[in-house]
Design a protein around this ligand. Structure first.
Ligand SMILES: C[S@@+](CC[C@H](N)C(=O)[O-])C[C@H]1O[C@@H](n2cnc3c(N)ncnc32)[C@H](O)[C@@H]1O
Length: 260
C-alpha cells in the first residue's frame, strides 16, 4: 500500500491525465459504456430523478455551511448549486486547467472559489468543513486509511460527507472491470470500492444513509449485447433495479460517505 508521498507523486500523473484527457482506447470504450449506456439506463428507469431529490435532501439548508467540493474538476451541476447556496464554497481539484475554467463559471458567486491543489498535500491547509462533497472522487484514493484520516482532519465537528462512487461488489461489473483493468490508462488512480473499502468507511464514520442506483439492473450490461428491442431492455432494467437500492451506493454520516 502506498504512502501519502507516493500517492501525491502518482497524482502528478493523474493531474496530467485530467489536464489532457489522455485516455487510451480501452479507457475511452469504458467511459463511453459507463457514461452512455449506464446513464441512459438510469434516466430511462427514473433513477436520475431520485438521485436529484436525494442530493437536495442531503444537502439540506446550506446557508450556514462551509462546503468543500473535493475533486470538483470544472464543476458539475451540484457544484454550481453548492456555490450558489453555501455560506462558503471551495472546489479543489488536481487539474489546474479545469480549475481555471471553473473559476470563470464561479464569478457570479461571491462566496465561492476553486483551487488547484491535492487534497492530501500539506499545501492544502484549510479545514473545518461542515460538508465535504465528493462526486466520483473518493475511489481515486488507493490508501483508504490515509483518505479517512484526511477527511477527519478536514471536517468540522458534526460535519458530513456526501460521496458518489463506483463499487466493484456487483458480479457483472466485477467481470467487466476485470477484463478491462489491464488495458485501462487510469488504473493507477482508480479503485472502485470493494466490500473492504466500504467496511473501512463504515467503521470510521457513522453511516447515516446509503443508496445504490442500479441494483440487479446492472445485468442489463449483458442483456444489452443480446438482439432484443430497447423496450425489452428498459423493462428488464426496471425489474432489476431496487430503485435507489443496492450496488453503487450512496452513504452519509458524521464524516459520512455517499456513493452511487
Ligand atoms: C471522476 S472525476 C470527477 C469530477 C467531478 N467531481 C465531476 O462530478 O465531474 C475525479 C476528479 O477527482 C480529482 N482528484 C482525484 N484525486 C484528487 C486529490 N487527491 N485531490 C484533489 N482532487 C483529486 C481528479 O483531478 C478528477 O478531476
Amino acid at each position: 500500500m502506498k504512502t501519502t508521498e507516493e500517492i501525491i507523486a502518482t497524482n502528478q500523473k493523474q493531474k496530467d491525465f485530467y489536464n489532457h484527457f489522455k485516455q487510451n482506447r480501452a479507457t475511452k470504450i469504458w467511459a463511453k459504456f459507463r457514461n452512455g449506456l449506464l446513464n441512459k439506463i438510469r434516466k430511462n428507469i427514473g433513477i436520475q430523478d431520485q438521485a436529484y431529490l436525494k442530493h437536495k435532501e442531503w444537502f439540506g439548508d446550506l446557508s450556514n455551511k462551509k462546503v468543500l467540493d473535493l475533486g470538483c474538476y470544472a464543476g458539475n451541476y451540484w457544484s454550481i448549486y453548492l456555490a450558489e447556496n453555501a455560506k462558503e464554497y471551495l472546489g479543489i481539484d488536481l487539474s489546474d486547467v479545469a480549475i481555471g475554467k471553473f473559476n470563470e463559471r464561479l464569478k457570479p458567486y461571491p462566496n465561492a472559489k476553486a483551487e488547484a491543489v491535492d487534497f492530501l498535500s500539506s499545501e492544502f491547509t484549510e479545514k473545518d468543513y461542515d460538508l465535504i462533497y465528493a462526486y466520483g472522487v473518493l475511489h481515486h484514493f488507493e490508501n483508504t486509511a490515509i483518505l479517512i484520516d484526511k477527511l477527519n482532519e478536514k471536517l468540522a465537528p458534526g460535519g458530513s460527507i456526501i460521496s458518489y462512487d463506483p463499487l466493484q461488489t456487483s458480479l457483472p461489473i466485477k467481470i467487466i472491470r476485470t477484463i478491462y483493468r489491464p488495458f485501462q490508462s487510469d488504473a493507477d488512480w482508480e479503485w472502485p470500492f470493494s466490500k473492504k473499502t466500504y467496511y473501512q468507511f463504515s467503521k470510521a464514520f457513522n453511516v447515516i444513509e446509503r443508496h445504490g442506483l442500479l441494483g440487479k439492473s446492472k445485468w442489463i450490461a449483458f442483456v444489452n449485447l443480446l438482439p432484443v428491442s430497447d423496450k425489452r431492455k428498459v423493462k428488464s432494467a426496471k425489474n432489476g433495479t431496487n430503485r435507489i437500492g443496492s450496488n453503487r451506493k450512496i452513504l452519509t454520516a458524521r464524516c459520512s460517505v455517499a456513493c452511487i
